[in-house]
Design a protein around this ligand. Sequence first.
Ligand SMILES: [Zn+2]
Length: 81
Amino acid sequence: MVDRKCAGCGKIKNREELIKITREKASGNIVINHSNKIFGRSAYICYNNSCVETAFKKNKIAKVLKASIPEDLKGRLLNEF
Ligand SMILES: [Zn+2]
């Protein structure tokens, strides 16, 4: 069972309540994963500003994904809601 825990507030939630960010196994690209058809190490985050801000401030997504995060990811996440 995958731990679906927000990288910002740390709450465990249902998959539908979280944005999934995946480091694609094949390419190493970091993508917002809407379909669950992209496989790789994943981080989750709530659909709200404060969780996105907290996760970036604490560098949490990079830690979960064990990868450096592209500069535009934050903007892409904020466009999700
Ligand atoms: Zn959260």
